[in-house]
Design a binder for this molecule. Structure first.
Ligand SMILES: [Cu+2]
Length: 659
């Protein structure tokens, strides 16, 4: 059936024929605008979390372990198979239980937009299987001298969340700066009928600054800093909470923008970031054994990116490298204090060194068609620094040495054709990835969804993906509609395999799994989006998504979205805006029983919001008020860890003042 669908697309596209029309160089990536400096009346809830912004994309879904720090899935693939960067910088979470995805260490005030790429089209900053999200900081802005101030404040009733933000920007012809602060403070949220979900609270503060300086007419030096600190974060779906999740993210960028040259831009960045993560079980009732589980992740790296143009060719070369050290510890405190403490490294000071080169050529074939080729090669090296951690892993792998080298490759080709109102594209790609630190070197990591302790496997082969994608769309004055398809054939698909006869470390766990690989797995994603301007003041958006993932034995893969839909009507006239929307999932029947999944019922939610812009004495105030889950439905989705119920009816108010 999947092969038939692909065939259908090919036939459909090539029957359309080629002809002449003017063509602009287009990017296939999807861009989501985020930020607090220029808040748009189009946003139903401008002070949403980054996670809420990202999940609007048809390519992105979120694994939720509570109200905070959701894990983004791209094309239904989790962290290990995707690439999330902050302005091209690599950064890695410090939690062995995925409580701190990269996206949890930033705030909407830090960003201007998120660029989402599917599959190998996201490989310019590193290797990926499912795709990439690049979270863009504010772009350089020079101009006539101007100060701007913004204050934002929000409240959400479902968890008593209080949001506060303040920021300032300054620019002149040779200097700019953007400094801002944001905080969120939330209590436990309520599911339907005011049912409190314990351990779902969180607190977070975020500070960021970016400053750029122009000299010599075409050179920019820019420094950027983000400090983010979350405390008292509850994870209702997990057996533990977090007392501290802290990140310092810094970079220095040098950019040259030559004029009248075939070199359009040369950008070099050096960066450093450090993450600290402390789990906390002291507030949980009846903990069988108290554990301390801190984690640290430090990354230093660079990239140097050159953009050139010759005739109809646009070349891009990106040389990049990073060094990361990931450490996680576990100390168990037996209830009988005469027994000794037990200590182990769950990540044994794993060092990763990566050095890669990416090349791309994007060129026009004729007025209607363009081609993009990209290729990369990278050297990847892991080293276990801790001798104690290494000898622990050698219990399972006696032949194991402290280091392991890999070569990572990527190749992709994309064709795009546009004529009159029609547009279509076809692409193919190949890419591979190294196992993550947990997959390669994790030691007794408890998966609370499957109830197994996991052991890493340093002998894993690279996981590789062969990919095909296609899209077709129409764009008219009042209608834009697009259907996209991507298909991944993933070899050496990394999963956990039961190790029989081994006792788990975690009390209550069913057993021990070791990371291994399936021969292959296939993942198909189809999405349809449409934007219709019914009247100049009324827009209707619809999005339908279908995914399917199966392994080589036709068993279902975990975290594959059932059919999902969303539709919204947005009214904007003068200073007034209003929106109503509905979204939902069909029942999750193709669940992966092998990985602990069970059926999840269908749900539909209704949301509504209204907004108004007030102007007085030079200040612009955008006020938005709305209701989410209007009918207070009880629901949980296929991507809610351990089926924790989602929030019930939520009233929110967002205020943004700009002057
Ligand atoms: Cu954690």
């Amino acid at each position: 059936m999947q092969k038939l669908t692909v065939l259908f697309f090919f036939v459909f596209f090539f029957s359309k024929g080629f002809a002449q029309d003017s063509l602009q160089s287009h990017h296939i990536q999807e861009v989501i605008v985020i930020g607090t400096t220029k808040v748009s009346a189009k946003e139903a809830k401008p002070l949403s979390s980054i996670d809420e912004y990202l999940q609007k994309s048809a390519k992105i879904d979120m694994i939720k372990r509570g109200a905070y720090a959701w894990e983004p899935l791209i094309n239904n693939m989790p962290t290990e198979r995707t690439l999330v960067t902050i302005d091209g910088m690599r950064i890695f979470g410090a939690c062995t239980d995925k409580m701190d995805p990269v996206t949890s260490y930033i705030e909407v005030s830090n960003l201007s937009e998120a660029v989402i790429s599917s599959g190998q089209q996201g490989s310019s900053h590193g290797s990926t299987i499912g795709g990439a999200i690049d979270l863009k900081r504010p772009q350089p802005f020079f101009g006539p001298e101007k100060w701007n101030f913004n204050i934002s404040s929000g409240f959400e009733s479902v968890n008593q969340q209080k949001i506060f933000g303040a920021g300032t920007t300054f620019k002149n012809e040779s200097f700019y700066t953007d400094v801002n602060f944001m905080s969120r403070d939330a209590e436990n949220y309520m599911a339907r009928n005011h049912t409190e979900i314990p351990f779902s609270q969180f607190k977070k503060i975020n500070l960021s600054g970016i400053s750029g300086f122009k000299f010599g007419g075409n050179k920019i030096l820019e420094g950027s800093l983000i400090y983010d600190k979350a405390t008292d974060v509850g994870y209702p779906a997990l057996p533990m909470d977090v007392s501290l999740a802290e990140a310092l993210i810094t970079s220095l960028k040098f950019q040259v923008l030559p004029q009248n040259s075939s070199i359009h831009s040369w950008e070099t960045k050096v960066y450093y970031n450090s993450v600290t993560h402390r789990m906390d079980d002291t507030k949980r009732p009846a903990v069988p054994i108290h554990m301390d589980m801190p984690g640290w992740s430090t990354t230093a790296g660079y990239y140097s990116q050159l953009k050139m143009g010759f005739a109809d060719h646009h070349f891009l070369a990106n040389l990049s490298g990073y060094y990361n050290k990931s450490t996680a510890e576990m100390t168990m405190y037996p209830t009988d204090i005469s027994e000794p403490l037990m200590f182990m490294y769950t990540w044994p000071k794993v060092q990763t060194f990566y050095q890669g080169l990416y090349l791309e050529d994007h060129f026009l074939l004729n007025e209607n068609s363009e081609l993009k080729f990209s290729a990369s090669v990278g050297f990847h090296r892991n080293n276990v620094e801790s001798d104690f951690g290494l000898s622990s892993l050698q219990i399972f792998y006696p032949e194991m040495t402290s280091d392991k080298n890999r070569i990572l490759k990527n190749f992709a080709a994309n064709f795009r054709f546009a004529k009159n109102i029609w547009e279509f594209g076809l692409g193919a790609g190949y890419g591979d990835r190294a196992p993550s630190v947990s997959e390669g070197y994790g030691f007794y990591l408890f998966n609370s969804f499957e109830k197994y302790d996991y052991i890493g496997n340093p002998d894993l082969k690279n996981e590789s993906s062969l990919e095909a994608n296609a899209f077709m769309g129409i764009k008219k004055e009042n209608v834009a509609s697009k259907i996209s398809l991507s298909y991944f054939h993933i070899s050496n698909y990394i999963v956990g395999e039961i190790l029989p006869g081994l006792a788990p470390m975690t009390i209550g766990a069913s057993g021990v799994k070791k990371y291994g690989a399936l021969d292959f797995a296939d993942i198909l994603n189809i999405s349809w989006t449409s934007d219709v301007k019914l009247f100049p003041f009324l827009k209707w958006n619809t999005q339908l998504v279908y995914s399917r993932g199966r392994d080589f034995e036709k068993n279902n893969l975990p975290f594959m979205s059932p059919f999902s839909y969303s539709s919204s009507l947005r009214y904007i006239q003068n200073k007034f805006s209003a929106e109503i929307s509905a979204k939902g999932n069909a029942g999750h029947r193709d669940f992966a029983a092998n990985y602990g999944e069970t059926e999840t019922p269908a749900y539909t939610l209704a949301n509504g919001s209204i907004g108004y812009i007030f102007n007085f004495s030079g200040a612009k105030i955008l006020a938005k008020a709305g209701i989410e889950n209007i009918f207070d439905k009880y629901y949980t989705t296929y991507s809610d860890w351990n089926k924790i119920p989602r929030p019930g009816r939520n009233f929110f108010l967002n205020l943004n003042i700009n002057f």
